[in-house]
Design a protein around this ligand. Sequence first.
Ligand SMILES: [Zn+2]
Length: 465
Amino acid sequence: MAISFVSHGAALEVTGSKHMFTVDGRQTLVDCGMFQGRREETDRRNRELPFDPKQISDTILSHGHFDHCGNLPSLLKGGYEGNIYSTPATRDIANLIMLDSAHIMSKDYEWLSRKEPGKKAYPPIYSARDAVETVGHFITVNYRRRFPLASGLQCEFYDAGHILGSSVVVLEDPKSGCRVAFTGDLGRPGMPILRDPEALPPIDYLICDSTYGNRLHDPIEDAQRQLGEVIRETVDKGGRVIIPSFAVGRTQELVYFLHLLRDADAIPELPVYVDSPMAVNATGIFKLHQECYEEKVHQAFLDHHKNPFGFEKLHYVTDVSQSKQINERKEPCIIISSSGMCEAGRILHHLKNNVGDSRNTILVVGYMAANTLGRAIADRRPEVSIFGNKFPLRARVKILNTFSAHADYRDLAAYVGGLDPNRLKEVFLVHGEEDAVANLAQVLKAAGVRKATPVEPGKEYELRP
Ligand SMILES: [Zn+2]
């Protein structure tokens, strides 16, 4: 009996990852991400799952990003009673992300119903209670601990090196010996804090993400040096460095680099503020899961009983009044705050207070989607709109392209090239827009992969042993 798989969402697009594996009529779902797009389509596609949750035997979560875990509560609402397997760190990150999502949906609904009473407001897809109940279904298993699923398949997590706790999910049918791996999102070698993506055992099929299937990143080795340079230049002018950053992952990487820079005396001793309650919670999860760290973190910090995420003059801010106090002080400092694309949150206050001063630097370290304030800043528009008011953009804008948690096409080709070519029959490409998938398919074929297939949403593929 062959394993078959269907990609619901995240085929030729990058959100709402859901992959169903079926063997002997029993179903295993890998990931249940939230689809993000236009309001009406978003509501419909997230509310009505493309399968019956009651028929699923097991669910596996590759990592805690919203587009992979964000819609797990809808499974339970649809009658799913099974377990959700993940690594321990992924469970904790997913917990934070799902609760945050429930909170945002409920706030948005309240605000829209009040502001535009005549217009259709979409009620939250799930509540905070649904998210909490979902966390109760998790069973956590660490990397390289093989375990059986109710579907009859065996499962094992390999480190994906993408975010804390992220895994490549390897499924094996013990009857036929057929082995298939799903990358979730593959990270890059050399990323701070995390280990490099781990080598896989021989596999027959790979289902591979292609987010950056047509892109190359600047080398990550430069990130720390460039960060130091920007800080020194800004402090020399008496300015402040404002860094809009995603609360989970990027913020901890920045703090980690700043700590290394301080220890090496490569930047002056100045106040650093991490101003985001979500980032503070995420950092707590990072501190807890030392089993996910690369060796360097142990050598630089843990072996000396030092906390990688804490140093002199680093302040974590949760309180609103403390957040406001930062702007009353005038000395050079570094402010890291969210949201990453400057769409909401406390970063807006810091931008409002600092964009007009040419001594300051706004440091862009992440992707800024079209039509966001973050994009307007990255594009260096002469004027930007914050809270409905126009502000001149006089601060220097510096963009660092070195920070990315995703493998580019060279990394992906190297990863696939490391697999046993005698065993690998086919690579299926998911989680990428059309150009990225097409380019990656070509790159992989040129590298000698027998078959690289862009996956069509909803189509069933047979994986023969
Ligand atoms: Zn991801």
